[in-house]
Design a protein around this ligand. Structure first.
Ligand code: SF4
Length: 409
């Protein structure tokens, strides 16, 4: 019988031969865990792209972030999501839905992603995600748990309410797996994730240096968060990324020979266009930070189950895009301005992904503020999961024109 998920299985076969590289080992372990769960009939939990893995790791439940599943396939084929996007639209999903979300629905319809046994997401960052994950629950029958986040988090009661959502999540996982949370194991997992996040924060800090030792953003921490945060392999992967930066600094190596512009790309990368960032570096434009590499979190106090659950809830408010997408536009705008200031940005380039309507609204407000402060901004239409809107050549032409006429001295 033909095996399913051939693209991802093929990639897994390749990257598991590269396991001496800690980042590859982490990704191979994650994909291998997904296939073991499929082959052995074990539960798979769809964790939306702002939900990190510690509770799943502690309960030995396999996380599968559907967005990351797509990003993986786009590294092999820029058109990898098109078939699923079209299938979702043909089935009646409205075209205005974010292409990432259409692709997930299409993937389920076309049997291109293992179906979930459980679905977990917060009520941020967008309506697209909320309706999509409800649709996934409907299509697969998987029980779905929403972590309901208050709009404002400035009162203790709001934090208490949010922390209760995490207690509810643990009950949900227990009910749907028949397992009980082992709090000694959760303590170990969270201590491990504290170590990992320390390395992540160090890596993010090192990219503030000028000139940049290595082109950013620092993404390994986010990959760890979605796949295996709390396991030693994740800590090793993020530590290796941090160590790489330190080694380059020691040897006085820089990302490019001449740093002509530091670009704050305060959104996700164009996932199907892996060559875009290296091409920008070739013309002297480096990216010290992006939304994925913009992260800050406190260590979690592991003295009791209560402190751990509260710490996980607090950290759950910090995930990339989750932090900025919880309410008022200022959350994203203030972080983008902070990124320009701290990572010494010369300009901001904003990919305007058609489905991301809340963020496109922020872009308009941000542009007015940036104009007053003299920060050059380029906003351009490009779909992160579908190359049919704006080609790689068009992206390069637009970006080059902006950089050479407005930014390069
Ligand atoms: S890209 Fe925007 S609209 Fe799409 S899932 Fe992410 S936050 Fe939501």
């Amino acid at each position: 019988m033909e095996q399913k998920y051939q693209v991802h299985r093929g990639l897994y076969d390749v990257i598991k031969t590269l396991e001496e590289q800690p980042l590859m080992k982490m990704m191979a372990d994650w994909l291998g865990g997904v296939f073991s769960a499929v082959d052995e009939g074990k539960p798979i939990l769809f964790n939306q792209f702002t939900i990190f893995s510690e509770l799943m790791v502690a309960m030995d439940i396999q996380p599968l972030s559907p967005e990351l599943w797509q990003v993986v396939s786009l590294q092999l084929n820029p058109n990898a999501c098109c078939e699923s996007i079209d299938a979702a639209q043909d089935a009646g999903i409205h075209p205005e839905l974010c292409s990432a979300n259409k692709a997930i629905i299409g993937d389920i319809m076309l049997d291109k992603i293992p179906p979930p046994s459980m679905v977990v997401l917060p009520t941020f960052p967008c309506d697209n995600s909320k309706i999509t994950y409800q649709t996934l629950g409907y299509l697969t029958g998987a029980p779905t748990y929403f972590l309901d986040c208050p709009y404002w988090m400035d009162e203790k009661e709001a934090m208490d309410y949010w922390t209760n959502q995490f207690r509810g999540l643990i009950s949900f996982l227990e009910e749907n797996t028949g397992k009980k949370m082992d709090y000694d194991r959760l303590t170990e997992v969270v201590e491990e994730s504290n170590r990992c996040i320390d390395y992540w924060l160090e890596g993010v800090e090192l990219l503030k240096l000028q000139p940049l030792p290595l082109n950013g953003p620092f993404t390994s921490g986010y990959l760890a968060g979605l796949t295996s945060l709390g396991l030693p392999a994740a800590t090793a992967a993020v530590k290796a990324s941090r160590d790489d930066l330190i080694a380059r600094l020691d040897k006085q190596e820089t990302a490019v020979a001449e740093e002509k512009a530091r670009v704050i790309w305060f959104y996700y990368p164009v996932f199907w266009d892996g060559g875009l960032t290296p091409w920008m570096a070739e013309i002297g434009a480096v990216i010290p930070v992006g939304l994925v590499g913009y992260y800050n979190a406190e260590p979690i106090d592991t003295t009791s189950p209560e402190t751990i659950i509260r710490g996980l809830a607090q950290r759950g408010l910090q995930s990339p895009m989750g932090k900025q997408g919880r309410g008022a536009s200022e959350l994203w705008i203030d972080d983008c301005l902070h990124a320009v200031d701290q990572w010494k940005g010369d300009c901001v380039i904003l990919a305007s992904h058609p489905g991301c309507k809340w963020l496109r609204g922020c872009y308009g407000l941000f542009r007015d503020i940036a104009r007053e402060r003299g920060i050059p901004v380029m906003v351009y239409d490009v779909d992160l999961f579908d190359p049919r809107l704006t080609s790689a050549e068009e992206s390069r032409a637009r970006i080059e024109q902006f950089l050479t006429t407005v930014v390069f001295k």
